[in-house]
Design a protein around this ligand. Structure first.
Ligand SMILES: [Fe+2]
Length: 391
């Protein structure tokens, strides 16, 4: 019998050079919410572990899928030989991306955490609720689900599934193949603001092993209620869960996103972001979370954008194709499933030199910066002068 924690430590020593940190339930991060809801107990649990004191800056970085993906299999190998129960081990099987400029902190920017998770057949992440906003971008062709506030969302490649602040949610895989997705959360921001709160005592009915909430909405409810652009039901409250200013649409389908991008392929597009679509709160037209904005953008064969910089950090996931993003003098090439980050106020542009379309999904903390009066954006014009896009 292998000691799972020790095996994870060994694997992490090996993976550290790739700027990832491997996690399962067996070595859950020492970085915890400051408070867990334990009834009338007064004191919070003090944060410990990977919370550095020094002021650190995120840097531009790319994680190559070909280098990091094998670690999902390595975690699964340890799970098979582990000395702890499969459920205890498997409840979370993921690695977290660590920005090389942030000294090992479990975050990719000052505001965002990013993890790559795998769920094997039968894995369940029990129902819970928390204040950080979170999303899943699905990499597997199909399989896996997330149930949010009674709506079960069946995952497929390119889907964006939201679990906003204050929504009960559980994840799992009841299919026959492992599924992989990318989690993005505004947890580091909430941690900095001292408002991470989480609860696992689901008050409603649960199903089966009592770890998953009961499904109470019809399938594809997000599409039924909000899935036809320009039409919003007038009788719904547009508030799901206790969070405010979060999208009542939980599931955005990759096939719809790709179809919408394809339909716009003859348009001029944005000089800095090509053919770009925002995922919006259908009730307001605003960002899906008050903190984070999500976008899908398509670069056509041969397309190059102009340089842009903004006082916001952006995380990119290459969903389709390949390209190059120049970031502050560095040139980062990317392939499908690669992930990269562009720090605040660094010039960047995207280039697709291939014969096929390339699609990037982007997550930006621009809505937060805008709300606190700090959002600015500049673009470089063809004559190399600087245009104030948002002054
Ligand atoms: Fe969660």
């Amino acid at each position: 019998m292998m000691d799972a924690r020790e095996a994870m430590e060994q694997l992490n020593a090996e993976a550290g050079g790739l700027h990832i940190w491997l996690r399962t339930q067996a070595n859950a991060p020492a970085q915890r919410p400051w408070f867990r809801d334990t009834g009338l107990e007064v004191g919070g649990e003090l944060a410990k572990g990977r919370v550095g004191a020094a002021q650190l800056k995120p840097v531009a970085h790319r994680w190559r899928w070909s280098e990091i993906a094998p670690y999902l299999d390595k975690i699964a190998e340890i799970a098979r030989a582990a000395d702890v129960s499969p459920i205890e081990f498997a409840e979370r099987q993921q690695f977290l991306l660590t920005n090389p400029g942030l000294s090992g902190r479990l975050q990719v920017t000052s505001t965002m955490r990013c993890a790559v998770s795998t769920y094997n057949p039968g894995d369940v992440a029990p129902v819970h609720i928390h204040t950080p906003n979170a999303s899943r971008t699905i990499l597997s062709e199909r399989g896996g689900y997330t149930t949010i506030e009674g709506e079960r969302c069946e995952a497929a490649r390119g889907d964006l599934i939201l679990t906003p602040n204050g929504t009960w949610h559980d994840h799992g895989n009841d299919g026959g193949e492992p599924v992989v997705w990318i989690d993005v959360l505004d947890l580091p921001l909430m941690e900095f603001l001292d408002c991470v709160w989480l609860d696992e005592a689901y008050p409603g009915d649960t199903e089966g092993n009592s770890r998953a909430q009961r499904v109470t909405f019809p399938g594809a409810y997000s599409q039924i209620a909000y899935g036809r652009g320009g039409l919003v039901p007038s009788f719904l409250p547009h508030r799901r869960g206790f969070g405010r200013d979060t999208s009542p649409m939980f599931h955005y389908r990759g096939v719809d996103v790709r179809g919408a991008l394809a339909g716009l392929c003859r348009e001029g597009g944005d000089p800095y972001d090509a053919i770009a679509l925002r995922f919006v709160n259908p009730a307001t037209g605003g960002s899906v979370f008050p903190t984070l904005d999500y976008q899908a953008q398509m670069l056509r064969p041969g397309e190059e954008t102009r340089f842009k910089r903004e006082t916001a950090s952006t995380l990119y996931i290459a969903i389709e194709g390949q390209g190059v993003t120049e970031i502050g003098g560095a040139s980062l090439d990317w392939q499908t499933n690669d992930i990269f980050v562009v720090p605040s106020f660094v010039w960047r542009r995207h280039i697709n030199r291939s014969q096929n379309d390339a699609v990037l999904y982007a997550v930006s903390d621009a809505p937060l910066m805008d709300k606190i009066g700090q959002y600015r954006a500049q673009g470089r014009l063809p004559d190399d002068t600087v245009a104030e896009l948002v002054a």
